[in-house]
Design a protein around this ligand. Structure first.
Ligand SMILES: Nc1ncnc2c1ncn2[C@@H]1O[C@H](COP(=O)(O)OP(=O)(O)OP(=O)(O)O)[C@@H](O)[C@H]1O
Ligand SMILES: O=C(O)[C@H](O)CO
Ligand SMILES: [Mg+2]
Length: 415
């Protein structure tokens, strides 16, 4: 018999290690073998670690550079690079100041210069210079409105791209005639490159028609000056950019599958875009487990069934939890009594909702164990209190902040 719990922790640790910024950046730089005259521009929550890895690898080939990351995310100086911290999820004065510095850095480059553009999630708030005569206040207001509207990240960034001097491919235009190599750590399901950090160096696939639809759909009340700016198109073609995705939930799933295989499991990646309600995802996973246990389908045991994505929780209760913890607890209801099975789900950033846990692990005994402590799973789910319930039965996965952020990993292990 396999030790499912031990194997689960190996899969979690190993697959997250694979998309840590250092490893992902250096592996790609080895393949690229860039010449001299490199200028680093790094944006996003992982910017500091990506830039440090690039500088350590490229050494004197780097002429200069700039890092723009979230407040609290810098880990000190990096020789030859300017470091800025700025507001996230709402941009602040530093966002504008740092973005102007980045533009200064790339504005007068020549054809034989190279901009190494390191992109990670959070870049939209951290890298911004408003278009036309719009002010930071304008952008803050629109951002706040969009974040509260219920629009998804692709929709939010569609609007943001059309209000900016750097988003939606505009940054690449400012870099011309120099070339950009863009290395991207994706936090958008499906890895839409024009959405990640609002695609400063990627041809924009969205149009002002799309913006109009989003304004209507969410009944956004925008000022006249903003509506005027939203009439201008973003660049649809760029000639100076090469882009590589160096980390994503797809890569996490693929490395989880490899690790599971090496541990002796028959393995399948079911999806890399799980995006429904966390509780529903949990019920669905439990149904798959029952099929495995009753009929050994879809895989012969021992097996690992792997999913990547980012589920949604509409928080209505007063409890503490996160989408991964809620997903596994919901799943626990449907696998009650089964032996030799486990379901785990974690955020690859190590933080699931406003908790210190990355996610949770449940098995066929979870519901009974909770009952033994006088805890009713339905009540817990109604109150969105998955954290305390899982904590009481040693069902939390605690990794601490991992330094990367590429959505969530969920998997089933069956003996
Ligand atoms: N008590 C709770 N139970 C379940 N889910 C919760 C609870 N409180 C908050 N959440 C969910 O946690 C989400 C926020 O999670 P988290 O802080 O991990 O952000 P994120 O989406 O991963 O963003 P980031 O890219 O910044 O990490 C919210 O969208 C909310 O749905
Ligand atoms: O910065 C952003 O736009 C989001 O994190 C998606 O990449
Ligand atoms: Mg998170």
């Amino acid at each position: 018999m396999k030790n499912l719990r031990e194997d689960a922790f190996r899969i979690i640790k190993g697959s997250i290690d694979f998309v840590l910024p250092e490893k992902a950046v250096q592996q790609e730089l080895e393949k690229l073998s860039l010449d001299d005259n490199i200028h680093i521009v790094a944006i996003g929550k992982a910017a500091w670690r990506m830039a440090k890895a690039a500088k350590d690898f490229l050494k004197d080939k780097v002429k200069d550079g700039i890092v723009i990351t979230k407040h609290g995310h810098s880990q000190g100086t990096i020789e030859g690079l300017q470091i800025y911290e700025a507001g996230h999820p709402i941009p602040d004065e530093n966002t504008i100041k740092a973005t102007k510095k980045a533009i200064e850095l790339v504005q007068n480059l020549r054809e034989d210069d190279v901009v190494l553009f390191l992109v990670s999630g959070g870049g939209s708030a951290l890298f911004e210079l408003p278009a036309d005569d719009l002010t930071l206040e304008n952008i803050k207001n629109v951002t706040d409105m969009l974040l509260k509207s219920g629009a998804n990240i692709v929709e939010i960034n569609t609007v943001r791209k059309h209000l900016s001097r750097v988003k939606g491919g505009n940054f690449a235009k400012l870099v011309e005639p120099a070339k950009i190599y863009s290395l991207v750590l994706s936090d958008v399901l499906g890895d839409r490159l024009d959405s990640i950090a609002s695609g400063p160096a990627y041809p924009d696939s969205t149009t002002i028609k799309d913006v109009e639809k989003i304004i209507k759909k969410y009944d956004l009340q925008l000022s006249e000056e903003i509506l005027q700016t939203l009439k201008k198109e973003t660049p649809k073609h760029l000639n100076n950019v090469e882009t590589r995705i160096i980390g994503s939930v797809t890569k996490v799933c693929e490395s989880a599958a490899k690790i599971a295989q090496s541990l002796g499991y028959n393995t399948m990646i079911l999806t890399t875009t799980l995006d429904c309600e966390a509780k529903e995802a949990g019920s669905f996973l439990a149904a798959i487990v029952r099929e495995e246990k009753e009929r050994e389908r879809p895989l012969n045991t021992p097996c690992a069934i792997i999913l990547g994505g980012e589920t949604v929780v509409h928080v209505r209760g007063n409890g503490k939890g996160g989408r991964n913890q809620e997903l596994v607890l919901s799943a626990a209801r449907g696998i009650k009594g089964y032996q030799g099975v486990l379901i785990a789900s974690v955020g690859t950033d190590g933080t699931d909702g406003p908790t210190d846990a990355a996610g949770g692990i449940v098995d066929g005994e979870t519901v009974n164990r909770l009952q033994g402590k006088g805890i009713d799973v339905e009540n817990v789910l109604n109150d969105n209190d998955s954290y305390h319930a899982l904590q009481s039965i040693d069902g939390l996965v605690i990794t601490g902040p991992t330094g990367t952020n590429v959505n969530d990993l969920t998997f089933i292990l069956c003996n």
